[in-house]
Design a protein around this ligand. Structure first.
Ligand SMILES: [Zn+2]
Length: 222
């Protein structure tokens, strides 16, 4: 069950189009998976449109506006159709993982998987102007070495679950970590765990041999 959601203020920014594009992407993928946030987004949109209308009392639904609305509706139907022809899943070692709608357009922009240390797989995703994101797959028992963050780390659990010593994250959970968090994610589910991750600065490994990775950490997870 999904337990971790974006903050209300973040969702407000998302709905009003003020969120950072990468945040918007991860939030939108979470909303695709989360009925609770779908309702939140709906309520926020309604609230914002009321505010907008009361600020602008002269808006009338004249015929040109109606025509424009029809055009917009047509456009969105066309793009939805296009979306359906896109790959909706990611493959790794013969397994297929369904992607949330918002991430599907990046399925074809995902590089091949490479195996890292400790039952860990990584596939970089070209997000265009947003830079790079990563799909990370932890095999059962696989873990990311203990690390902290120089910037923000946004994670969305696509399939499976993982623990990080303090919490257990399930499919659909939205997780924000920053420099105040140090953690060691471990995949506890028998199916392993697939996440989508976006960091704005490379990770900083904090213990053991993994510290030797720090000079190269921009090569993984960033
Ligand atoms: Zn949610």
């Amino acid at each position: 069950m999904i337990k971790y959601h974006p903050e209300h203020e973040q969702l407000v920014k998302f709905v009003s189009g003020e969120a950072d594009p990468a945040w918007s992407l991860v939030m939108s993928a979470h909303v695709d998976m989360c009925p609770f946030c779908q309702k939140e987004v709906e309520a926020i949109s309604e609230e914002l449109s009321h505010e907008h209308l009361s600020n602008d009392a002269h808006v009338t639904m004249d015929s040109s506006l109606n025509l424009m609305m029809n055009d917009i509706m047509d456009l969105s139907t066309a793009s939805e159709e296009k979306e359906q022809s896109q790959t909706s899943y990611l493959e790794l070692e013969g397994r297929r993982f369904e992607l949330p709608r918002a991430l599907r357009r990046f399925a074809s922009k995902t590089d091949s998987w490479s195996r890292l240390v400790g039952k860990l797989w990584q596939a970089p995703v070209d997000l265009g102007e947003m830079g790079k994101g990563h799909f990370i797959f932890m095999e059962p028992g696989g873990s990311v070495p203990e690390h902290t963050h120089r910037g923000n780390e946004l994670t969305l659990v696509i399939n499976g679950e993982f623990q990080d010593g303090q919490r257990c994250y399930d499919t659909g959970d939205f997780i924000l970590m920053d420099s105040s968090n140090t953690h060691t994610p471990v995949a506890t589910h028998e199916d392993g765990c697939l996440v989508f991750s976006y960091v704005d600065e490379p990770l900083y490994f904090t213990s053991g041999l993994a510290r030797l990775l720090n000079p190269f950490s921009h090569l993984f997870f960033k």
